[in-house]
Design a protein around this ligand. Structure first.
Ligand code: HEM
Length: 435
């Protein structure tokens, strides 16, 4: 898509009814305005159409209604309650990395980061990890299948009737397997347990059940199941991708890697911060340069780089010198926006974290849209904004990573999101924080 935009300019017609918008005003006019989402989203009800969720709802008003009761679960205050749950799994990830450091064997860090982000998600959502880090394997090829499912659903959104017949209908999901397999079974089991357990838990579904118990007519158990299923699909590969991008790009810029490490040392030496087995969120937030590197990793390699299409609302949409009639699908791809030369300058494709610390960049913040923007933007961003700096700063402080084949480019799969692979590393332990 980026190549097409660089060749043809801010508007590229990519289907008979869809135009990709790379114009900077696209964010305001397409995403931030109340344009309904494209019908593609209607398939995003898991495991089948009975489980409608905010993601599968395309009209802004209806979507907001559905999403309102979820919001408290993802509020900053509630997400902060989940920090100990997160730490448990990041700590388990460290056990695995330690093992590889001791043995000297090469490690597929990409996989372990994904195991960790899945397990953290289980902890954050319902205080129960999926168990990938217990085993150090992709139990039953679940994650591999989830990647495949992403591909199927991404394409299937255009052929909803077909997927509804062969995979995502109540007969199949009741009698045979749900498309989400083990992830679906474990998370649905956890929700069932919580349904009968009114005690408080430090996690997201805790507040969803509070709402459900107060207003079962407005928030049904099925609403919770549907919303939870979309979260499981959306909240782990994305963070794994961001963490991988951070490490991968810093390995290509040793001077920036050193600068990020020096920042952690500085806080340790001057403020006694950044200690502990897993760095606390309070301390990780202080790391201005490390956080700039995280943002830059996300900008150059955006975890969700799909065409986020909306339908031009009544009266049509005018962007620059083009007017699109009502009903036209207008899609804004975050990756295209993040590499726009007009916005980011001639070095838009370069990994240069310093750009986030420069004065003029504050005006560019509005073009940084990894979470999309407007009524359909990512509700889990508070989780990501807490997990990423903790996880990444802890790995940076405690380990040296070196690619087995230094300088070798990674491979990646791109569907709705991006997931890199094939960049094994050797690990050396550089710091010992075991409590
Ligand atoms: C770096 C991490 C992440 C990135 C870059 C990201 C990005 C996005 C984007 C771009 C969307 C789509 C918007 C659209 O359709 O216009 C989205 C949706 C969503 N994300 Fe995230 N996300 C991340 C992490 C998470 C986490 C940790 C969770 C949950 C804990 C989460 C839950 C969701 C859900 C449930 C949706 C569907 C929203 C809806 O339409 O109601 N995401 N995310």
């Amino acid at each position: 898509m980026l190549e097409l935009h660089r060749k043809h300019g801010p508007f590229v017609r990519i289907a008979h009814d869809e135009v990709s918008v790379g114009h900077p005003d696209g964010i305001r006019k397409v995403l931030l305005a109340p344009n309904p989402k494209s019908p593609w989203y209607k398939l995003m009800a898991f495991p089948d159409w009975r489980f409608q969720s905010p993601l599968s709802t395309i009209e802004p008003k209806e979507k907001n209604e559905r999403a309102r009761w979820l919001a408290s679960g993802f509020s900053t205050t509630n997400v902060i309650n989940t920090e100990n749950n997160m730490d448990r799994q990041i700590s388990r990830l460290k056990n695995w990395i330690d093992k590889y450091a001791e043995s000297g064997e090469s490690m597929e860090l990409d996989k372990f980061l994904t195991y960790c982000t899945f397990d953290v998600l289980g902890e954050v959502m319902f205080s129960k990890a999926f168990g990938f880090l217990d085993n150090g394997t992709d139990i039953g090829d679940t994650i591999a299948w989830s990647g495949m499912l992403n591909m199927i659903v991404t394409c299937g959104g255009y052929y909803r009737w077909l997927l509804n017949i062969i995979l995502m209908n109540p007969i199949i999901t009741t009698l045979a397997a749900t498309p989400m397999g083990y992830l679906g079974e474990l998370s649905q089991g956890a929700l069932q347990e919580r349904r009968d357990d009114p005690s408080d838990h430090p996690d997201v579904v805790n507040l969803w059940f509070v709402n459900h118990r107060k207003h079962p007519d407005r928030v049904s158990f099925r609403d919770i199941q549907g919303a939870n299923a979309t979260v499981i699909g959306a909240g782990s590969d994305t963070i794994s991708c961001a963490a991988q991008s951070f490490i991968y790009h810093l390995l290509r810029h040793p001077e920036k890697l050193q600068k990020a490490r020096d920042e952690i040392d500085y806080y340790r030496n001057t403020e006694g911060a950044c200690y502990g087995r897993v760095i606390s969120f309070t301390d990780a937030q202080k790391l201005t340069y490390v956080n700039a590197c995280i943002k830059e990793g996300i900008r150059v390699f955006t975890p969700v780089q799909w065409q986020l299409a909306r339908q031009a609302a009544k009266g049509g949409v005018t962007i620059g010198d083009q007017t699109f009639p009502e009903g036209t699908l207008l899609s804004v791809n975050p990756h295209v926006m993040h590499h726009n030369l007009e916005i980011w300058g001639e070095d838009a494709d370069e990994f240069r974290p310093e750009r986030w610390l420069e004065e003029e960049n504050t005006s560019r913040e509005k073009y940084f849209i990894p979470w999309s923007a407007g009524f359909a933007s990512c509700p889990g961003q508070n989780v990501a904004k807490m997990e990423m700096p903790k996880l990444i700063a802890t790995l940076l402080r405690d380990y040296d990573f070196r690619q087995v084949n230094e300088g070798q480019e990674w491979s990646y799969e791109a569907t709705f999101g991006l997931l890199p692979y094939n960049w094994p590393v050797y690990v050396k332990k550089t710091a010992h924080y075991d409590v």
